[in-house]
Design a protein around this ligand. Sequence first.
Ligand SMILES: Nc1ncnc2c1ncn2[C@@H]1O[C@H](COP(=O)(O)OP(=O)(O)O)[C@@H](O)[C@H]1O
Ligand SMILES: [Mg+2]
Length: 319
Amino acid sequence: MATHRRQHIADWIRYFADRGHEDVRPLAAGVEGAVYLLGDGRIAKVWSGRRPVGLGLMRRVYDDIARESASLPFATPEILAVEEHEGVLVTYERELRGTPLRADSAVVSPGREVPARDTDALLTVLRALSAVPGTEAMRCLTVQGDDRPLWEGHARFPDALAALIQRAVRRHGDQLATLVPDFAATVRRTTESLRALPDDGPVVTVVHGDLVPPNIHVDDTGAPTAVLDFGFFTTAGDPAFEAAVTAAVWDMYGPYAERHTATLTRLFAEELHHSPDTLALYQRVYALTTYDLFSPDGSDGHFRWCAALLRRGAVTPPR
Ligand SMILES: Nc1ncnc2c1ncn2[C@@H]1O[C@H](COP(=O)(O)OP(=O)(O)O)[C@@H](O)[C@H]1O
Ligand SMILES: [Mg+2]
């Protein structure tokens, strides 16, 4: 660990200890910041990287989800307090039970097969979230990296996504095009397929949008106890979008990543009754709209992963 990082953690430990949290200890550090366990049933998240968009709105979204807690077999986050220290935002949240389903695939590569413990947990989470209705507050959220609420000016989720793609491609699409042959055609066919999705289709439900394994907590038996870290791509939308992204991000960086995505996509299509073509379409949407969120120039793993997903397979119209 770099010295400045150790110093940074020590400074924040002192900060929380000075405020009466004597048992504070670091829990996790990620791209956006670090999480500290306060020892009193609460955690503190220090947002030293990217700031979360619309905290007030996020609290309303968490309240909307909590209202459905009777139908959720796991807990969801609750923001208890917010403060700022030397320009850095700190949020206090309820400590959620359990431990991450698994480490991020960039840290620990999953083995050849997807364990039943993981597929069971993912299906439980997807089924439960698809019973949480989409709300006005969810529609007001902005996807990370974008400049307006996803639903602004749109009545249908697929149309909102098509417009999002066009804005995202204007950001650094030139860089992405260097890695994806026929890029313009891929963008065109993807937006056309979205606009062609049937109207009478999906119910609008909550979409977490970033169900990577560290954002799902499980107990000793593997049953989900909590879903956390909403916000990256949280919105109201088609539950098939959630399933598609979840299948794609369970393993992004391991040696069997592509195979795992195919396996999970097939499984979710069968178990949750989604069209496999729609799932593949939504996976391309995810790649076209998040590719530049960690660096604009293609120098990071996420950018390359999005490009690889877009190079994969023919762009077929959804059934
Ligand atoms: N409220 C919470 N209760 C318990 N653990 C948490 C809580 N919030 C975050 N964590 C733990 O910290 C890790 C990182 O937090 P997270 O909010 O996902 O931030 P990020 O992924 O942006 O670094 C999570 O994977 C989870 O294990
Ligand atoms: Mg997380």
